[in-house]
Design a binder for this molecule. Structure first.
Ligand code: PLP
Length: 365
């Protein structure tokens, strides 16, 4: 591909001196599990997210699983989840033995539609798990309001939303627990797996810190059956090197989005809609087309890489075959899966490349 969907090597090269220094600092320190580098990142990440606590974890899926476990959600419980999301959101609910209860998105924003949540609440419902999909904040106020009314917890999947704001306040401290992934392709990405939670609840932060480390605070004293899911200090150091650049990198994404919005106006693509209260961070720039597959091959022929997020909705995956859903059960999720296409975007994508993508789209019709 002349224009790859995302060039992770370019992100490394831009910050190579800082990242190399961070990695060798850890190598030289002799401290390779948890310790000062992880603690420093946790403090910096909490502060960036306007939250009181952050706990560094092995990956984003574990962040979701441990958040649910720390809230004592498990077998027999139901958790409300978007019908259109990356499957990890559902898998976390299944991993603790609870049942995912899908709710369809707002067709304008692709995020869970708060107006449809009330109908999905039963006496087994314990939590709502909104996802800030593509870097666009979900409409949290009505969700928090419903949660208060029905005594439910709110766990947010913020794996695509580093730095996004809802009504001016950073994602990270609205719900009970906010879950992060630092998978390399995320807006703040490590050079391997990484994850975290943020929360304003010190008891929950403490419980998750315990669970990630064998349920142990003191070596060889185990308070509960935990797991091993600790943020690696080398990855913590890499994330600390990148964090000061995150806002600038988000601004570059915003500039590309402006170019796309301008250049693609008047085509038959449906472009992303941003509600007035949202400051999205454009993890992905997703357009919608009835002729999606043809558009994708047309761009591929022009040397432009695109991806589909996501081609099969969770309820249609073999992993959820036992739920016995069919493609008519969640028609909005299904039509998004059929029509969405993610155009190249990233802090190292040049303005010229964005113009080539626009031309590649327009050349087809
Ligand atoms: C990436 C992602 C996850 C999972 O994060 P990992 O670190 O890959 O486990 C969960 N939810 C969403 C929406 C994601 O995009």
């Amino acid at each position: 591909m002349r224009i790859p969907f995302l060039d992770l090597g370019a992100a490394y090269r831009e910050l190579k001196p800082e990242i190399d220094a961070a990695v060798s600092r850890v190598l030289e320190s002799g401290w390779y599990i948890l310790g000062p580098e992880v603690e420093a990142f946790e403090a910096e990440w909490a502060s960036y997210c306007e939250a009181r606590h952050a706990v560094g974890l092995g990956n984003g899926l574990d962040a979701l699983i441990l958040a649910l476990r720390a809230l004592n959600i498990g077998a027999g419980d139901e958790v409300i989840v978007p019908s259109n999301t990356y499957i990890a959101t559902w898998l976390a609910i299944s991993a603790v033995g609870a049942a995912p209860v899908p709710v369809e998105p707002d067709p304008a924003t692709y995020n869970i539609d708060p107006a449809r949540i009330a109908d999905a609440i039963t006496d087994k419902t314990r939590a709502i798990l909104p996802v800030h999909l593509y870097g666009q904040p979900a409409d949290l106020d009505p969700i928090l309001e419903l949660a208060r009314k029905h005594n439910l917890r709110v766990v947010e999947d913020a794996a695509q939303a580093h730095g996004a704001r809802y009504k001016g306040k950073r994602i990270g401290g609205h719900g009970d627990v906010v879950c992060w992934s630092f998978y390399p392709g995320k807006n703040l990405g490590a050079l391997g797996d990484g994850g975290a939670i943020t929360t304003n609840d010190s008891a929950l932060a403490g419980r998750i810190a315990l669970l990630r480390n064998y349920g142990s605070r003191e070596k060889y004293v185990n308070e509960e059956p935990g797991v091993n899911s600790r943020l690696d200090p080398i990855q913590a150091a890499v994330l600390r090197a990148k964090l000061p650049y995150l806002d600038e990198w988000t601004n570059r994404r915003r500039a590309l989005v402006e170019a796309y919005a301008e250049g693609l106006r008047g085509t038959d693509l449906i472009l992303p809609h941003v509600p007035g209260w949202a400051d999205p961070v454009w993890h992905l720039y997703v357009v919608r087309s009835k002729a999606r597959d043809a558009l994708q091959s047309q761009l591929s022929d022009a040397g432009i890489g695109t991806l589909i997020h996501y081609p099969i909705p969770p309820h249609m995956q073999k992993a959820y075959a036992d739920a016995g859903c069919n493609s008519e059960d969640f028609p909005l999720a299904q039509s998004l899966a059929d029509e969405m296409l993610s155009l190249p975007i990233g802090p190292q994508l040049s303005a010229e490349s964005a113009q080539e993508v626009i031309k590649g789209v327009r050349d087809g019709g």
